[in-house]
Design a protein around this ligand. Structure first.
Ligand SMILES: Nc1ncnc2c1ncn2[C@@H]1O[C@H](COP(=O)(O)OP(=O)(O)OP(=O)(O)O)[C@@H](O)[C@H]1O
Ligand SMILES: [Mg+2]
Length: 382
């Protein structure tokens, strides 16, 4: 039932929480947020509980007042979520899947156990163990090193190509190493599933990365891949969401190799950067679909109305402090340009401050306009 009285609690009030809140407001859904006082979602929710989503007591107290609990970030206190499930609360995604996904080591082991394709990997207690493995010829250059927990936006990932990198670039703490995959394209597919095991899939998107920040800079939908590979990627996403038994959204990040093999990089059980464009370009947005799925409702049509390009608005280099935006009107004047600002008060280099979606009848036109936006819309400080 489309129940607008149910209290939906979201752990985290960043930009994803804000966009969930905007989608919810349009349906008169009842959204409550647990996060810091001035978080982006604080403007669009029914109530904000100021607290720490990593704190057991804070999450438990907040969750007990809700009918349904979900997340916008996976790094939350899952112990409290397990307790809430025990007490009969509905929690989506389920905390067992969250525990697996939060730890990249457990996540990789899950793929192996479930026969899902992923890059070869090894687990290490700390960086010294990595150095020893290289010394003993159990690990060879080049490889990718990732911290097991708390990495996001490429910050917990480094590529080790040689002895110099090994001495200077290794990340500290418990980690895993992966084979460096030759990548022809990076693809993301967002799946959504409700409690009745109905699954819908958004069309595959293609990601282009910012060379220095290692952040997605352009996102292109539909991905410029064959319909066969797109269908394979979408089928894989469906398999993965069922394997994790996740209700709500699951974004699956994939590598396409030069041999046209699809390899799972990682997943995120929540709205994802690669689904922002759906607000402006698809019949249903990822945020609406998440709300439908976690409420065990029938889901919407994921088809694209128009091709789209999305770019993240990152804080300019050399600018730290109170934020201002330059060039917004010139970009809006192009037509087909939708600017989304998250409402973060301060900017710093490469901080995600907003995104822009450009829709057009074809991708070439959308890409041309996206390049204009990239040159002209700037996130700077006063
Ligand atoms: N095994 C690999 N081989 C080649 N490149 C890789 C590999 N693993 C990661 N990368 C590159 O590093 C990027 C970031 O890795 P990953 O997605 O694991 O980290 P993350 O910090 O969770 O990133 P984000 O939050 O931006 O998704 C990938 O998108 C890809 O470009
Ligand atoms: Mg990633």
């Amino acid at each position: 039932m489309f129940d607008t009285t149910k209290k939906i609690g979201i752990l985290g009030g960043g930009q994803l929480g804000k966009m969930l809140g905007i989608a919810a407001a349009n349906w008169d859904f009842n959204i409550h947020i647990l996060d810091k006082a001035d978080c982006p979602a604080s403007l669009v929710c029914q109530s904000l509980t100021v607290g720490d989503y990593n704190n057991y007591e804070n999450v438990l107290d907040f969750g007990r007042k809700m009918d349904l609990i979900t997340i916008e970030i996976e790094h939350v206190n899952t112990q409290a979520l397990h307790q809430l499930v025990k007490e009969g609360k509905t929690v989506h995604p389920n905390p067992i899947a969250l525990d697996l996904i939060k730890d990249k080591g457990l996540q990789k082991e899950f793929y192996i156990k479930n026969n899902l394709p992923t890059a070869k990997f090894q687990l290490f207690e700390n960086e010294k163990a990595v150095i020893n493995a290289v010394k003993n010829s159990n690990l060879h250059f080049p490889f990718v090193q990732k911290t097991r927990t708390a990495g996001y936006d490429g910050k917990g990932v480094t590529i080790i190509k040689n002895q110099h990198d090994l001495e200077n670039k290794l990340l500290k703490g418990a980690c895993l190493t992966e084979d460096l995959v030759p990548i022809k394209a990076e693809i993301a597919v967002i799946a959504a599933r409700n409690e009745r095991d109905e699954v819908t899939i958004f069309p595959a998107v293609e990601m282009e990365f910012h060379p220095e920040a290692n952040l997605v800079e352009f996102l292109i939908c539909p991905a410029r891949i064959s319909t066969l590979i797109a269908a394979q990627a979408e089928a894989l996403a469906e398999q993965v969401i069922r394997a994790f038994d996740v209700c709500g959204l699951l974004a699956v990040e994939l590598f396409l190799t030069p041999d046209n093999e699809l390899i799972i990089n990682e997943v995120a059980p929540r709205p994802h950067n690669s689904g922002h464009h759906t607000i402006d370009s698809a019949y249903i947005s990822q945020y609406q679909q998440h709300l439908l799925a976690i409420n065990n409702l029938s889901m919407g049509d994921t088809a694209q109305k128009q091709p789209a390009v999305m770019l993240n608005l990152l804080g300019e280099e050399g600018h730290i402090g109170k934020v201002k935006y330059e060039g917004v009107e010139n970009c809006l004047a192009l037509g087909g340009v939708n600017v989304h600002l998250y409402g973060k008060k301060t900017t710093s280099p490469y901080r995600k401050m907003g995104h822009v979606t450009i829709v057009a009848d074809n991708l070439e036109v959308a890409l041309k306009k996206a390049n204009f936006v990239k040159q002209n819309l700037k996130v700077v400080s006063f």
